[in-house]
Ligand binder design. Structure first.
Ligand code: GLU
Length: 312
């Protein structure tokens, strides 16, 4: 794989176009942009539309960022247009003997005894070493149900580590993760690694709910002979019950907050408070204030609670 534009690195924001972004997603995206501007990287946008797509969402997410003063430096990458590229990466792994078919259902995996020391949910390796006869039979069994096997990575099933600017060292066991799902959709872990490498993304800024995926993505990058990026996993925004903020929590999207009277400046002032930077300099009113004001060494490391304004 030849990464493009590596002379000047890049950061990116890669939201799934499944609906309007809430203030927490917006904060992660803005931080990714700020970091790119502060470090002289290009800022890229990727539309992760292989799954859970709502018509018009990608456009409306981009429009909100445009309104907040943020535009990607290049035309967004659209995953649904890149099937051939994912297929090629998968073929390369297959030729290296690193791919196998998996016939397990979710239930099979949940019920199988797990390997010693494996974290809950790790693939127990049921289909890893099946003989050809058994594979043929399993294939026929799925075919009768109108399904096809998933494709999994033959990983080394060891702990891998990455170093994160905010979290320090993050370790996780890398199991035989899915590369292509049983419904034929290329899996998130494959597409994210292929796309980041192809776009020259050398630093990933995103929500820390994905931090535990970073070691497996770095491992997969190594197998694809792509350089692993650096990582900055930023804290999430939670609801008043301490759970990840969600649409059902009330007015949480930019559109809803605008309808409640929030201005652009209110959004940036909230960004400043939520990052624990309200005492540094004057109040932020726009993206330039945020670029000047964010200090990644000083931002609040813990999650922030967002209390939506009461809907009128
Ligand atoms: N599309 C993923 C999401 O919206 C983010 C992927 C990533 O940043 O690696 O959660």
């Amino acid at each position: 794989m030849t990464p493009a534009g590596t002379d000047r690195g890049a950061g990116r924001f890669a939201p799934s176009p499944s609906g309007d972004l809430h203030i927490g997603n917006i904060r992660s995206g803005l931080l990714s942009y700020v970091r790119a501007r502060q470090t002289g990287r290009r800022f890229l946008w990727r539309i992760e539309d292989l799954d859970r797509v709502r018509a018009g969402s990608a456009e409306s997410q981009l429009a909100v960022f445009a309104e907040l003063g943020v535009a990607p430096d290049e035309r967004p990458l659209i995953q649904s247009q890149r099937q051939e590229i994912y297929a090629r990466a998968l073929r390369g792994l297959d030729e290296a003997g690193l791919v196998y078919e998996c016939y397990c259902s979710r239930k099979d995996i949940a019920q199988a005894p797990s390997a010693p020391h494996a974290p809950p949910g790790a693939y127990p390796g049921t289909c890893r070493d099946l003989g050809e006869d058994e594979r043929a039979e399993q294939r026929r069994r799925l075919e009768r149900k109108g399904r096809q096997p998933a494709l999994r990575l033959r990983a080394d099933n060891r702990e891998h580590q990455i170093d994160d600017v905010l979290l320090g060292r993050v370790s996780a066991l890398v199991d035989d993760l899915v590369l292509r799902r049983g419904d034929g959709v290329f899996a998130y872990n494959l597409t994210v690694v292929v796309d980041d490498a192809a776009s020259g993304v050398d630093e990933v800024v995103r929500g820390d709910d994905l931090a535990s995926s970073a070691p497996r993505q770095a491992y997969l990058a190594g197998l694809l002979r792509a350089p692993a990026p650096g990582w900055v996993h930023v804290p999430l925004v939670l609801n008043t019950e301490g759970r990840r903020l969600a649409k059902r929590d009330g007015a949480v999207t930019y559109q809803q907050l605008s309808a409640q009277g929030w201005t652009r400046a209110d959004v940036f002032a909230w960004m400043q408070r939520s990052l624990g930077l309200q005492d540094v300099g004057s109040e932020w009113r726009d993206i330039d204030d945020m670029i000047a004001g964010v200090d990644f060494d000083r931002i609040a490391r813990g999650p922030t609670v967002f209390e939506p304004p009461v809907q009128e």
